[in-house]
Write a protein that binds this ligand. Structure first.
Ligand SMILES: Cc1ncc(COP(=O)(O)O)c(C=O)c1O
Length: 405
């Protein structure tokens, strides 16, 4: 039977489809396709079963090892029993449940702000935050290694959009000086950069934003549970209190659920509650997600030792890589880029690691610049010292075979 799209075969969309098919087929032929693999089972925090094989997990964002935590699972199940599996639509109309308001109060307390609001993904939260805050007549300044969702929010906003060099505060100041002093300006950065694992210079950012009367938004996707003695994030890390105007985070990494939040002043959050299109026009997060997220924030407070273990594990993991001769770039967190150079080398590293029982993934261009392909290895509080050492020996064997150490 003739395919229904046969009449479209020569247009640009068909061309793009063909290019992607060929690229993926080529990668598969070279045994370099590692994406979209289904994890069949979780075995404790640090092991997974993939295609029937048990593997060590070094690609998880569950930094504190909270996926599968008994209290969090129980909270999600209880929420389904109480509210059912879905909501009644958008938050502003019938979609707000008591568990949503309880979660938002919990987040506001955790982030020491007056108020907080949640959305159905972290990606959507960033798009919403930037495009609701600034408009065509305003300016947004963004670190050039910020997450794609921030970049997309900047473009959607229609505001003047300038990128400053990564974590380069002199370049940020240069950009701030060039902005029309009449324009409203928003500076936005990741707290921990998701491809490099380094930490933004919050003290200097705050100083510059005050000097040039700019608003400051910080994405804490990889900072919650990771930075600060109690895992409260970047302000705790630098010993600063409530210096960020808008604190963004996801509920999908340390917090083992899905969704995103914004935390800030009561009036700012109230504006989002009435004016942010994905809040007004898109359905609420499900009761199970909300309850799991709320329980997870409570667990971080109740089990602070998890943050200490994560810090010890990060130290052991990064030092181990360095001693083996790998280049881990500027990381100082649980996200450890293992520089491979060419895309091919990263693919080969992953092939050897996965064959040897370590689940890790390559990050290649255009996600990172050409020649800076890497593994993005992550360590969590669920790993034991023995897990880390065993994992490192697999990375070492792969590195020797590929010739990068
Ligand atoms: C820095 C950063 N911000 C936002 C997001 C988007 O969050 P989510 O996956 O919860 O949509 C991510 C996800 O990878 C991220 O790394």
């Amino acid at each position: 039977m003739e395919a229904s799209s046969d009449h479209l075969q020569h247009d640009k969309i068909s061309e793009r489809i063909r290019q992607w098919r060929e690229r993926i087929e080529q990668a598969r032929e070279n045994q370099h396709y590692f994406y979209n693999q289904a994890i069949d089972e979780l075995q404790g925090g640090a092991r997974v079963v993939v295609h029937g094989r048990e593997m060590q997990m070094f690609a998880s964002y569950s930094y504190l090892g909270l996926i599968g935590h008994a209290k969090i699972n129980a909270a999600a199940k209880a929420a389904i029993d109480k509210y059912g599996s879905g909501t009644h639509g958008v938050r502003m109309l019938a979609g707000t449940l008591r568990i949503h308001t309880e979660l938002e109060e919990t987040i506001a307390r955790f982030k020491q702000t007056e108020s907080a609001i949640t959305f159905s993904s972290g990606y959507l939260t960033n798009i919403t935050a930037v495009s609701t805050m600034v408009r065509r007549e305003d300016v947004v300044l963004s670190d050039n290694l910020n997450h794609a969702s921030i970049v997309d929010g900047c473009m959607l906003s229609g505001a003047g959009f300038l990128r400053f060099r990564h974590n380069d505060m002199a370049d940020l100041e240069f950009c701030l000086q060039r902005v029309n002093p009449e324009a409203t300006t928003l500076v936005v950065v990741d707290a921990v950069f998701s491809m490099d694992g380094d930490i933004t210079n919050l003290p200097k950012l705050v100083e510059l934003c005050r000097k040039y009367r700019a608003w400051l938004m910080v994405d804490e996707a990889h900072s919650i549970g990771v930075l600060g003695e109690r895992g409260h994030g970047i302000e705790e890390h630098f010993g600063m209190e409530n210096v960020i105007d808008l604190k963004m985070g996801t509920l999908s990494k340390t917090i083992p659920s899905a969704g995103g939040y914004l935390a800030g002043s009561k009036d700012l959050i109230q504006m989002f509650r009435h004016f942010a299109r994905p809040y007004v026009f898109s359905a609420a997060i499900t009761p199970a997600q909300a309850a799991a997220a709320k329980a997870a924030f409570e667990v971080i407070e109740e089990e602070p030792e998890r943050v200490a273990i994560l810090n010890e594990n990060t130290e052991r993991f990064v030092t181990g890589f360095k001693q083996l001769g790998f280049d881990t770039m500027l990381t100082s967190t649980a996200i450890v880029p293992v520089l491979c150079g060419a895309d091919e080398s990263a693919y080969e590293m992953v092939r050897h690691c996965q064959n040897d029982g370590v689940f890790v993934l390559p990050i290649v261009s255009p996600a990172v610049p050409e020649g800076l392909a890497r593994l993005r290895a992550t360590v969590t509080a669920a790993h034991t010292a023995a897990d880390i050492d065993k994992g490192l020996s697999v990375f070492a064997r792969a590195g020797e075979k590929v010739g990068i150490i």
